[in-house]
Design a protein around this ligand. Structure first.
Ligand code: DGY
Length: 320
């Protein structure tokens, strides 16, 4: 059996797989295989371990007759055509839970960094422009007593809410449906409609998974519906928020600040309006990037492949 892994990952994680399959690893750590290479490798593979940068679409799946499992090394899986995989009997797995805490930490980093204008503060020191303590320069805003709005209250949303509560914030959230589980109730998180979420949030965190119908769901009009002086954080997938509209709202001052870890196009194009916008903290999609978390993600993805190749159910198939 053959398994193709689309990025170089530490050998120790692949060892359990080598006992069951011939494993080929794309030699680059940060550059994905070109689509034609992926297609060629998939043609005679039983398993693929992919990243969110690889498009596993209907046509790739159609050209991979032996494929039994696609293990996506991410909690998001909008890069995989799950319906097409299902039709072909290909199991798709993802890596939920193991990255929840690391990603929630990073969301808080964006919230704190945006609220306290940390990018400008760091530049002041690094560029040797700091002239000493000043009472009214570089002021941020408090978080205590403010309302954090979460769009997409899943596992990561709940972990963000828990952290934000300890900063003294009130929590509102919006999902397609209210969450009934005790975790969310215990956090005192209040379910609101989407328009209410926009209107009530002092800090709005976008954590909803990407779906084509959500493209630019937060655009100029939605930003105008937010409080003047609000902060917007984008941490699930790019494309849900119109980045040009955010840049414009930062320029006019309607948004106090913004923080991004994910973008409509990654890596962020040189001419992205976000790069020229004031008070924006831009990170390079590092939500789950801790040693422990990436190791756990790799172990889980490998275990999912091993289990499917052995005819067992995977630990974490994507939800139907
Ligand atoms: C994921 O797993 O989907 C994240 O975006 C990676 O940080």
């Amino acid at each position: 059996m053959r398994v193709f892994v689309t990025r170089r990952i530490p050998e120790e994680f692949l060892e359990p797989l080598r006992a069951h399959a011939e494993v080929e690893v794309w030699p680059e750590a940060d550059v994905p295989p070109p689509p034609d290479v992926l297609r060629t490798k998939a043609m005679d593979a039983e398993g693929l371990i992919t990243l969110l940068t690889e498009r596993v679409d209907r046509s790739l799946l159609a050209s991979a007759p032996k494929l039994r499992v696609v293990a996506n090394l991410a909690v998001g899986y909008n890069n995989v055509d799950v319906a097409a995989a299902c039709e072909r009997g290909v199991v798709v797995t993802y890596t939920p839970d193991v990255l929840t805490e690391a990603t929630a930490d990073l969301v808080l980093l964006l919230v704190l960094g945006a609220a306290r204008r940390v990018r400008e503060a760091i530049a002041l020191v690094e560029e040797n422009r700091w002239r000493g303590w000043a009472p009214f320069d570089g002021l941020g805003v408090d978080l205590a007593g403010k309302t954090l709005g979460i769009w997409g209250m899943g596992r990561i949303g709940a972990a963000v809410a828990r952290r934000a509560r300890s900063f003294g914030m009130d929590i509102v959230y919006h999902n397609r449906r209210p969450r009934e589980d005790p975790t969310v109730r215990e956090l005192g998180a209040r379910y609101v409609s989407f328009p209410e979420l926009l209107a009530l949030s002092d800090v709005l965190v976008v954590l909803v998974p990407y779906a084509p119908e959500l493209r630019h769901r937060i655009g100029a009009e939605e930003i105008r519906a937010m409080k003047s002086g609000a902060i917007l954080i984008v941490a699930s997938r790019g494309g849900i928020v119109d980045e040009a509209a955010v840049a414009e709202a930062l320029a006019t001052g309607h948004l106090f600040a913004a923080g991004f870890d994910v973008y409509e196009v990654e890596p962020l194009p040189e001419d992205s309006p976000l790069r020229r916008a004031p008070r924006v903290l831009l990170l390079p999609h590092i939500g789950s990037a801790t040693e422990e978390t990436r190791a756990a993600m790799a172990r889980l993805a490998v275990d999912n492949v091993v289990r499917v190749l052995r005819g067992l159910p995977p630990q974490t198939p994507v939800p139907e």
